[in-house]
Design a protein around this ligand. Structure first.
Ligand SMILES: Cc1cc2nc3c(=O)[nH]c(=O)nc-3n(C[C@H](O)[C@H](O)[C@H](O)COP(=O)(O)OP(=O)(O)OC[C@H]3O[C@@H](n4cnc5c(N)ncnc54)[C@H](O)[C@@H]3O)c2cc1C
Length: 366
């Protein structure tokens, strides 16, 4: 049977993250959206929660806890509830660390992981999405060509968080001459890597994302994640899908709670608007949809933790959660009426952030 009861440890992690999210992250959400900056002290405080270091085996300086997608989605929902930009910034190093912990060779773990087990925040990232109207994860246009024992990366990625400060990038590329996708561990300083201008996005304005160009970027063959025969890239993508689904649930829950509380205080024609069926029915549907998306997300994460192929569940969870978040965040704005459209209230920020879930890949990993 399936149990929805979090373990004692999961409950502790969720509650600790939720408190940090509520007390520290949420109060910064509007300012980061306006300025495009996140205070480094806040990131450092978030880093000290240990969400990245915990996954790193003790042999490489971490806490050596078993990686669990279920535990991750519990934490991601809380952080995304508080603010999606800050959540993505804080968790970006996991985009590199989780793949290396899961699939890295001993040499790759030794070369990469100790840097991310340290006391101070160290930025890392993944490069997945490409700036093409026909972007398809199954047909990447960034290629890796094997030449004289090295891989040569060629092509352009976009929506790469923290690329300008990341020490390492996990780059998803198609192996030249095949349909196979490999993940390559790239030092940002490698010749041929260019970090282009910061992107101007509709939402996620606090998160610095970039286009990154690879121009005959040559890497030692040992930088292919998992060694010469690669790794289970589909599993890594499923961990990303599940993380995005959890984040979408968090953003939607934020909008729902904001609108619900507003509706219980706002009077129109002498009655609280929450007492009007037009509003009450909207709130009820929002709550149902959030719970449905969360259950899909948990199921996919649970299957990933069992080591099973969770592609179907992860795709369904991500797709459903992306649509749900947009619907819920839109209704959050509607429930506030004219006040939802102005920046005095966070519901417009939640809506702009929710809009991206249909587009993002590689911003978070479970
Ligand atoms: C800063 C600001 C400036 C504005 N400037 C102008 C302006 O210059 N000109 C202009 O024409 N308008 C302006 N507006 C818009 C407008 O005046 C008000 O927003 C609007 O009249 C108030 O109604 P509402 O539906 O927006 O909000 P509310 O009345 O608070 O309604 C909130 C929600 O409750 C629902 N609701 C309300 N009553 C009922 C009911 N009886 N039954 C069921 N559902 C209900 C609404 O549909 C909405 O979804 C402005 C609004 C703002 C916030």
């Amino acid at each position: 049977m399936v149990s929805f009861e979090p373990s004692e440890e999961q409950r502790l992690i969720r509650d600790t993250v939720a408190e940090f999210a509520r007390e520290r992250v949420r109060p910064q959400a509007r300012a980061s959206d306006e300025t495009g900056e996140i205070p480094s002290e806040l990131i450092q405080q978030g880093w000290e929660l240990g969400l990245t270091q915990a996954l790193i085996p003790e042999a490489y300086g971490g806490a050596g806890e078993a990686h669990s997608a279920v535990t991750s989605v519990l934490a991601i929902e809380e952080l995304a509830w508080a603010d999606l930009s800050i959540a993505c910034h804080l968790l970006a190093p996991r985009l590199l660390v989780v793949p290396v912990v899961e699939a890295g060779t001993e040499e790759q773990k030794d070369a990469i992981l100790p840097r991310y087990a340290q006391a101070n925040f160290a930025a890392a990232t993944a490069a997945v999405v490409e700036p093409r109207w026909d972007f398809d994860l199954a047909e990447l246009s960034v290629t890796a060509t094997l030449e004289n024992g090295s891989y040569v990366l060629q092509g352009t990625k976009c929506f790469v968080p923290l690329a300008s400060v990341a020490e390492h990038l996990a780059v998803f590329a198609r192996l030249q001459g095949s349909d196979e996708v490999g993940v390559f561990l790239v030092d940002r300083s490698t010749p041929g890597v260019s970090i282009l201008e910061r992107e101007k996005n509709m939402g996620l304005k606090g998160l610095a994302t970039y286009e990154v160009a690879f121009e005959r970027c040559r890497l030692p063959a040992e930088r292919r994640l998992g060694g010469p025969s690669g790794c289970d890239v589909n599993r890594l993508l499923n961990l990303q899908r599940v993380a995005l689904a959890a984040a979408a649930v968090g953003v939607a829950r934020a909008s729902f709670e904001y609108a619900r509380d507003y509706a219980k205080e706002r009077k129109a024609f002498g009655v609280y608007i929450a007492q009007k069926q037009a509003i009450a029915f909207m709130l009820a549907e929002m709550a149902i949809e959030i719970d449905a998306a969360r259950l899909l997300t948990w199921e996919a994460a649970w299957k990933l933790d069992r080591g099973e192929d969770a592609t179907r569940e992860a795709v369904l969870a991500k797709q459903y959660a992306a649509n749900m978040a947009l619907m819920v965040a839109d209704r959050g704005v509607q429930i506030l009426g004219g006040h939802g459209y102005i920046r005095d209230h966070l519901v417009e920020l939640f809506l702009r952030n929710a809009r991206g879930f249909a587009t993002f890949e590689g911003l978070l990993t479970a």
